[in-house]
Design a protein around this ligand. Sequence first.
Ligand code: SAM
Length: 280
Amino acid sequence: MSGIDSLPPLRQVIDTHGIAAKKSLGQNFLLDLNLTSKIARLAGDLSECDVLEVGPGPGGLTRGLLAEGARKVLAIEKDSRCMAALAEISDAYPGQLQVINGDALEVNPLEHLTPPIRVAANLPYNVGTELLVRWLTPTDWPPFWSSLTLMFQREVAERIVAQPGSKAYGRLAILAQWRTDARIVLGLPPEAFNPPPKVHSAVVNLTALPEPRFEADAKKLEMVVAKAFNQRRKMLRAALKGLAPDLEDRLIASGIKPTDRAETVGLEQFCALARNLSAG
Ligand code: SAM
């Protein structure tokens, strides 16, 4: 018995189904079911929620999510070798686990899930940031999800929660903190995974705010921030050159000195600048 359910231990599951980790798929598995249960608990109260899980692999976190009472889990996994292991979990939780063998970047979860929806994943490193940016940048807000509980490389997690003036502060911090409450809730050493990755990892919890912290057009803000941090060492009057003929006046009107560098400018000022530039 594994402790959280009647299914076999994960090492046995991996052996039985021949799921040796593949680097090309970013496979670093969590085999400790106490740990996967802990991560599932960090996702909040799941009992009234559907959960989207990306990259379930052999199913450690999936089992945690179901044992914690998720109403339904939609698990999207690219590796067909994991399907038999996931089918065993489905059998243990009839009607509660839907597995899609496919690329998470190409599946619309809303076709399969009913709000409220939480997202929980030990993300494949190769697609993690891309998925996060997608989830953070829909045109309309609130998004389809109420919270994201995601494992990242620690360095990426630090970029999500970074404050102005720090080296990690940039586009990810602004996109995340504009419309969510973002916190690192757990740190994990390489040895927690099988095989161990080269770097430390961390779980970040992002709770969708009912409204963005400051008014701004999403596309305009994304564009300004991308341009500002593309040349983060340059003064903003140079980094943002070409955005408006009277750029320096607009920077000043937004509370930003034209000689400031992007890494010292706060979220509120970037939103003010995006509004000012949208005003024509
Ligand atoms: N959740 C499992 C765990 O915690 O042990 C596995 C995590 S492993 C870091 C990432 C998983 O994502 C792998 O199983 C990998 O096959 C899967 N994966 C990689 N790219 C994917 C994609 N584009 N869509 C869906 N799954 C993907």
